[in-house]
Every structure is written in structure tokens, then in C-alpha cells.
Design a protein around this ligand. Structure first.
Ligand code: ADP
Length: 233
């Protein structure tokens, strides 16, 4: 019975993990030019966690991001999102969203709803309205991206990413080309969604300051995890 209970516990844990990465490796090139961009990386993320993945340039962050985002395939290993192995799916089946640039000739509302419309999915008005409210974009819905501040543009792309209730919000250097006031604001906004919707957020960044706002920091170097620290539960 003890063994049975242990098994059940393991199963429950597995179900709660929104992301499970198992022995992930990515090798570029071969022979003399071989580069192990990811070298046997394994970790799990429980639903609702706010994770920062940090590492210096060349450590493998982009490679990990591309594999998680479904635009690249691993040499070895598996990535399970909500129990489904995404390494065997084509990218359209993914429930992970990144920040993409906004389309300049479309309004805020059109930018936010376009991915759903392109997928032939219905726009959930109530969900849209509540996102717009939290993002503070009520009075900007008819504006073009060029008529918004940098911070507001980032809000629109966060909103667009959240329209589809993604299993994981994958943020690639969300602060990249913003000033530090805006970047703080964006991270706080991500935190707000993380709390309000129990939205799992993974930020991939080289900025240590962002890591301080996360629940957990995973540091990568030379394609390996060198630190994995839970800061707050
Ligand atoms: P980061 O995003 O942390 O800067 P990357 O994932 O871009 O790191 O790169 C990790 C390592 O893999 C680096 O040594 C880089 O030079 C190498 N690399 C990345 N992409 C390729 C590629 N397409 N071909 C060969 N090597 C690559």
C-alpha cells in the first residue's frame, strides 16, 4: 500500500507540473565544430510558478527558448507541456507564447485578437475585456502601435499572448530594448497575471535584476544548469 501511495503521489506531482524537461540536449555541428548548446538539461515547473532562466551570452538560453517555443527540435530529450510531448508535435499545436512584434497597420484590438482569428477560433469577449482592463488599454483599443509608448506596446503583446489562455507564458527578454522603468513595469504586470490567473510564466533573460522578482531562478552556463533556486513559494 505504501508503494501504491508513493506511486500516486508521484503521479499527482507529474500532473501538477505544467512543464517537464527531460534530458534535453542540443548539439550544433559535428566533429571539430561541434557545440553542445544544451547538455542534458532536466527540470520541472509546477503550474503557477514564475521562473527566471538566466545565463550569460552563449549559455544556451536562445536554444532552450527556441525548443520550448517549437521553432527548433532537440538532438535528444523530451519537453512535456501539460503532459504532452511537444518535441513530437508541429509548432501550431503549442500552448506556449512568446512576445512578437506588433503589426504596425493593425489596431491594438486587432493585434490582440488576430492570432485567434487566424486560427479560426472565437474571441472570448469577457476574457478580452478583462485582459484589456488589467492591461489598462481600455482607451487605446483603436490606436495603432506607433501611437503607443514602448511600455504600452509591450502590454499589447502580453495581452495578445494571453488571449489563448496559454499553458505557459514564455517571455524572451521582455525588457530587451525598454528603459528600466518600463522593464520594471512589465515584470510587475507579468507578476500580476501570474498571481491573478495562476499563469505560469518563464522569463529568459541575462538581466539578474529580473531574476530577483521571480519565484525561482534557474541559471544556465555552457548548456548546463548550474543553479536552481526557489526564492519564494
Ligand atoms: P544564448 O542565447 O544564451 O546567448 P545560444 O543558445 O544562442 O546562447 O547559444 C548557445 C551556444 O550554441 C553558443 O556557443 C552558440 O555559439 C551556439 N549556437 C547557437 N546557435 C547555433 C547554430 N545555429 N549553429 C551553431 N552553433 C550555434
Amino acid at each position: 500500500l505504501a508503494g501504491y501511495n508513493e506511486g500516486n503521489k508521484a503521479k499527482r506531482r507529474a500532473i501538477m507540473d505544467i512543464l517537464r524537461i527531460e534530458h534535453l540536449s542540443k548539439i550544433y555541428g559535428e566533429g571539430d565544430t561541434e557545440v553542445r548548446a544544451l547538455d542534458d538539461v532536466s527540470f520541472t515547473v509546477p503550474k503557477g510558478q514564475f521562473v527566471a532562466i538566466i545565463g550569460p551570452s552563449g549559455s544556451g538560453k536562445s536554444t532552450l527558448l527556441h525548443i520550448l517555443g517549437g521553432v527548433d527540435t532537440p538532438t535528444d530529450g523530451h519537453v512535456y507541456v501539460d503532459g504532452t510531448d511537444i518535441t513530437t508535435l508541429d509548432e501550431t499545436a503549442l500552448a506556449i507564447y512568446q512576445f512578437y512584434n506588433l503589426i504596425p497597420i493593425l489596431t491594438v484590438e486587432e493585434n490582440m485578437t488576430l492570432p485567434l482569428l487566424l486560427d479560426d477560433k472565437k474571441v472570448d469577449r469577457a476574457h478580452f475585456d478583462s485582459l484589456v482592463q488589467v492591461l489598462g488599454l481600455q482607451h487605446r483599443l483603436g490606436h495603432l502601435p506607433s501611437e503607443l509608448s514602448g511600455g504600452q506596446q509591450q502590454r499589447v503583446s502580453i495581452g495578445r499572448a494571453l488571449m489563448n489562455n496559454p499553458a505557459i507564458l514564455l517571455a524572451d527578454e521582455p525588457t530587451g530594448n525598454l528603459d528600466s522603468k518600463n522593464s520594471k513595469e512589465i515584470v510587475e504586470l507579468l507578476r500580476q497575471f501570474n498571481k491573478a490567473l495562476n499563469q505560469t510564466v518563464i522569463i529568459i533573460t541575462h538581466d539578474e535584476r529580473i531574476a530577483l522578482d521571480a519565484d525561482r531562478v534557474i541559471a544556465v552556463e555552457d548548456g548546463k544548469i548550474v543553479k536552481d533556486e526557489v526564492i519564494r513559494q
